[in-house]
Design a protein around this ligand. Structure first.
Ligand code: SAM
Length: 344
C-alpha cells in the first residue's frame, strides 16, 4: 500500500511477472544468498556464491542474474567476470540478521503459503481450507496443522513476529490507548505487538495470552532482555480469559467462522468492566469492494489456510455490536493492518 513501510520496498521493485519474481526472491532467501552477500565485504562471483552455498554454478548464475533484473542485486563486470553485490533493500529486508528482516515471513510464504495456494481452485470450489489436500491434516483444527512440528511452529511464529517489527508502532498508536491500565493481547503469539504496546504506554501493564506451547516457545525463542510485558497461558475458547481493561485481538477474528468470533467477543464482553475496550487489528476491506488488494488477497489466504475471512469496517461494527460493544471506531493506518476500537 502507498506509504507502507512493510512489503513495498521489496515488492515495489518488482515489475511483471510479479508472481515468479517473488519465487526468485524466496529461493535466494532459502539458499542464504542475501546473508552471504551481506557478510562478504566484497562483491562475489557466481562461482564463489555457488561454492559457499553448495549449489550448481549454472543455477546460481541464473538466479543471481534474475535478482539483478528485478533490482534486488547489483552486478559489475571485471576482466570478464560478473561480480554480484547486495542493494540496501536486500540488506535491510532480506538478510536474516537485520532488525527489519522479512526473512521469516518469506520462508513461510515459500514453504507453506505457496503449496496451499497451489490448491486455491479446490478451496474456491469447496469453500474450505486445503490443509488436508496440501499437508494431509484434517481441516478442522487449523492451529494443530500450523503447529504440527516444532519447526513449523517456529516458522509460523517467525512470520507473525516479523509483521509487528515493521508495523507494530503504527497499530498501537492508531488510537490513544493510555486510559487502559491492564492490556491483554489475546492470541498474542511471540509478544511482538505487546512489546510495541508496552513501549507506547509505559504506565499500562501489558500481557500476552496464548496456548501453553506457544507461550513456552515465545519465551524460549523470541523474548528480549528488556521486555516488560508478561506471558499467560490458556485457551480463549475452552478456558477463562484474564481480567483486563483492554483486550487486543490482532489477526484473531479473521481466523475463525462467524459463530466462533461471536463466542469469543461475547466472552470478552462478559469479562470486562463497563468502559473496558476491545482493539481488533485486521486488514480492513473497503466498503465498495474495490480493495485494498492486500486485504482481498489475505481474505483468499484465510479461505485456503484457515476458517475465517477479512471484513469491512461495517462488518466489524455489526460483529462487535452483536457481542454488546458500542462506539466502534475504525482507523486505516496506511500499513498492512488497520485498527478497530470498541468499548463496553
Ligand atoms: N496476534 C498475533 C499476531 O497478530 O501476530 C498472532 C496471530 S495468529 C494468526 C493467531 C494466534 O492465536 C496464534 O498465536 C495462536 O497460537 C493463537 N490461538 C489460536 N487458538 C487459540 C486459543 N484457543 N487460545 C489462545 N490462543 C489461541
Amino acid at each position: 500500500r502507498e506509504g507502507s513501510d512493510s512489503l513495498l520496498p521489496v515488492w515495489g521493485n518488482i515489475k511483471q511477472p510479479a508472481n515468479v519474481s517473488s519465487k526468485v526472491i524466496f529461493s535466494a532467501c532459502e539458499l542464504g544468498v542475501f546473508d552471504l552477500l551481506l557478510k562478504s565485504q566484497e562483491p562475489l562471483s557466481a562461482q564463489r556464491v555457488a561454492r559457499e552455498l553448495s549449489t550448481s554454478v549454472d543455477g546460481t548464475e541464473r538466479l543471481l542474474d534474475a535478482l539483478v533484473g528485478i533490482e534486488i542485486l547489483e552486478v559489475e563486470t571485471a576482466d570478464g567476470t560478473a561480480l554480484y553485490s547486495s542493494t540496501d533493500v536486500a540488506n535491510l529486508y532480506l538478510a536474516r540478521g537485520s532488525a527489519k528482516s522479512l526473512h521469516d515471513m518469506i520462508i513461510y510464504q515459500s514453504q507453506t503459503i505457496y503449496p496451499l495456494w497451489n490448491n486455491m481452485v479446490d478451496a474456491i470450489r469447496e469453500g474450505k481450507n486445503q490443509n488436508e489436500r496440501t499437508f494431509g491434516f484434517p481441516p478442522e483444527d487449523i492451529f494443530q496443522v500450523m503447529y504440527r512440528s516444532e519447526e513449523e511452529m517456529l516458522k509460523f511464529m517467525g512470520l507473525m513476529n516479523s509483521t509487528w517489527v515493521l508495523d507494530g508502532h503504527d497499530i498501537v498508536t492508531a488510537f490513544n490507548l493510555s486510559c487502559f491500565r491492564a492490556i491483554v493481547d489475546l492470541g498474542g503469539c511471540t509478544g511482538a505487538l505487546a512489546r510495541e504496546m508496552a513501549k507506547a504506554y509505559p504506565s499500562s501493564c501489558v500481557s500476552v495470552f496464548d496456548l501453553p506451547q506457544v507461550v513456552e516457545t515465545a519465551q524460549k525463542h523470541f523474548s528480549q532482555d528488556n521486555d516488560v510485558f508478561v506471558f499467560q497461558s490458556g485457551d480463549f475458547f475452552s478456558g477463562e480469559i484474564p481480567a483486563a481493561d483492554l483486550y487486543v485481538l490482532a489477526r484473531i477474528i479473521h481466523d475463525w467462522p462467524e459463530e466462533k468470533c461471536l463466542t469469543l467477543l461475547k466472552k470478552i464482553h462478559a469479562t470486562c468492566q463497563p468502559g473496558g475496550g476491545v482493539l481488533l487489528v485486521e486488514a480492513m476491506l473497503l466498503e465498495n469492494r474495490r480493495g485494498p488488494v492486500m486485504a482481498q488477497v489475505f481474505s483468499l489466504n484465510m479461505l485456503v489456510q484457515a476458517e475465517g475471512r477479512e471484513r469491512s469496517p461495517s462488518e466489524y461494527t455489526r460483529l462487535l455490536n452483536a457481542a454488546g460493544f458500542h462506539s466502534v471506531q475504525a482507523c486505516r493506518t496506511g500499513k498492512s493492518y488497520d485498527a478497530i476500537l470498541a468499548v463496553k
